[in-house]
Ligand binder design. Structure first.
Ligand code: CA
Length: 491
């Protein structure tokens, strides 16, 4: 009897604790959410996968958090960002293709972004780094899309010191860097990762801890051009300079990860933070040293190497089971519902998202709720779907950025290419068993016509929903219309 009473007492205490912890009672504050992306970072381009790379802070986070080994993104920057921030498949909202700087295009304004949802939930919201979701109209820009502040560039890439970018025909150049809406001419000559990292630390130092923080920090590194201050190249003595430069672009990001963690600790915010670190697509193998091993392919392709990301998530209080690798399926579109759950917010009942709430997967290591997903859908090529262990690829998996011969000329060795040549034939349909063959070496479509038929039906259903917003280059975007800068106001 006494034992039963004790059991009841413990149960009551645990239940109370659970409620306190999870149901948004005033005693449990909403976690700060830091969503940090490294642009074009390859699956193996972190220290915990490649011992040559110096990234102790990222490795430390991975060690104390959860590594998601089957975290999928999109083959390019724009659709990945759209997927994360909307919780919807980019092919359904016209966002499957990357934006050029002078494309008259914008992430559709009728979509509600994660930043808008979190702001409504009481978060202070900040966007730093690369936006790349359109800026032709002020309404497209981050400070009109749920972010209290913005510090960074509107377009895809640019010189990391001068912050200038060129229009599509290379006829004009202009500064692309804003501090909120203001053109930030004072940043010229300062390296972008330093700028973003320092601003991130400053925002944490000045954050009013009465409120939860949402920081969207999209580093420009390790995207090309592969430039980095010399001291980071010197950290890899004796190494080929191109390779050391690439590794250096990772190491400087890691250094700021350390500074951000230190700043959170100093403000007593760390234990109540959820830190997500992820790539946005696979590495481009043009960068010497970049690797998506053990996967095939690269950025822009629907091979695993183009779509499977380095992803980890850490949180002292927010995550119960940690210090391990979860191999369940996770997709970029799952972040919105998952983060909203961590933020103790229910989504409006009329919110139709493609993403699933993976809170239990992240929080306590449950199985993934996801058993299938669409990699990407295009009308006639670069299309793939995964159901369980099977992946069906339809059409050419990706465009050719360069030939194998060019790769060799640029010093690629066979080992730098992820176990196979990065290209394939133009076979229309390929089927892979990713459990037995994660490197996608062997097409088994002829052996399994029934599985091909089932997966093909899923692709066809998805293709029926495919739409793409018109990507038209508009000469009105040119910097000569805006005092030499890239600026909103031309659509
Ligand atoms: Ca990218």
């Amino acid at each position: 009897m006494l034992r039963y009473a004790l059991f009841l007492l413990i149960s009551a205490v645990l239940y109370g604790y659970y409620n306190l912890y999870h149901t948004g009672s005033t005693a449990w504050k909403k976690p700060h959410v830091l969503f940090i992306t490294a642009d074009d970072l390859g699956y193996s381009d972190v220290g915990f996968r490649n011992k040559e790379i110096i990234s102790p802070n990222i490795d430390g986070l991975a060690q104390e958090g959860v590594i998601l080994s089957a975290s999928y993104l999109q083959p390019f920057c724009t659709p990945s960002r759209a997927a994360i921030l909307t919780g919807k498949y980019p092919y359904k909202i016209g966002m499957q293709l990357p934006f050029a700087i002078d494309h008259k295009a914008c992430l559709p304004l009728n979509e509600t972004l994660l930043s808008q949802r979190l702001k409504k939930a009481g978060y202070k919201t900040h966007a730093l780094g690369k936006w790349h979701l359109g800026f032709c109209n002020w309404d497209c820009t981050p400070t009109r899309r749920g972010f209290d502040t913005f510090y960074g560039m509107y377009a895809a890439y640019g010189d990391k010191l001068l912050h200038i970018n060129y229009n599509s025909d290379d006829s004009e150049e202009g500064l692309d860097f804003r501090d909120n809406d203001r053109l930030a001419t004072e940043v010229t000559g300062q390296y972008s990762t330093d700028l973003y990292g320092k601003r991130a630390v400053s925002l944490i130092e000045h954050h009013n801890t009465e409120y939860p923080l949402f920081m969207w920090l999209a580093f420009q590194n390790v995207h090309s051009p592969v430039t980095v201050p010399d001291e980071y190249i010197q950290m890899y003595p004796g190494m080929d300079r191109d390779k050391a430069s690439y590794y250096g672009t990772v190491t400087i990001v890691d250094e700021y990860m350390g500074k951000i963690i230190a700043a959170l600790k100093k403000r007593d915010m760390y234990d109540n933070s959820l830190i997500i670190f992820t790539s946005d697509n696979g590495a481009t193998l043009y960068s010497i040293g970049a690797s998506n091993a053990p996967f095939r392919g690269e950025k822009s392709t629907v091979w695993e190497g183009g779509t499977r990301g380095v992803t980890l998530i850490a949180g002292t209080k927010a995550i119960k089971k940690k210090g391990y690798t979860h191999d369940g399926l996770f997709h970029a579109i799952d972040w919105t519902p998952t983060i909203m759950h961590f933020a103790q917010q229910s989504l409006d009942s009329d919110t139709m998202l493609d993403g699933v709430d993976q809170y239990d997967m992240i929080y306590k290591g449950d199985n993934s709720k996801r058993t299938e997903f669409i990699y990407q859908v295009m009308p006639d090529h670069k299309t793939a779907v995964r159901v369980g262990k099977y992946k069906l690829v339809m059409g050419l998996p990706g465009q050719k950025f360069h030939s194998v011969e060019t790769a060799k000329e640029r010093g690629f060795t066979k080992t730098m290419l992820p176990t196979h040549d990065i290209y394939t034939t133009d076979s229309n349909i390929m089927l892979f068993n990713l459990e037995d063959d994660p490197g996608e070496t062997t097409d088994i479509s002829e052996r399994h016509p029934d599985i091909v038929k089932k997966l093909k039906a899923k692709v066809e259903a998805a293709r029926a929903d495919y739409k793409q917003i018109d990507l038209k280059i508009d000469p009105l975007a040119a910097p000569s219309h805006f005092d030499g800068s890239w600026s909103p106001g031309w659509c």
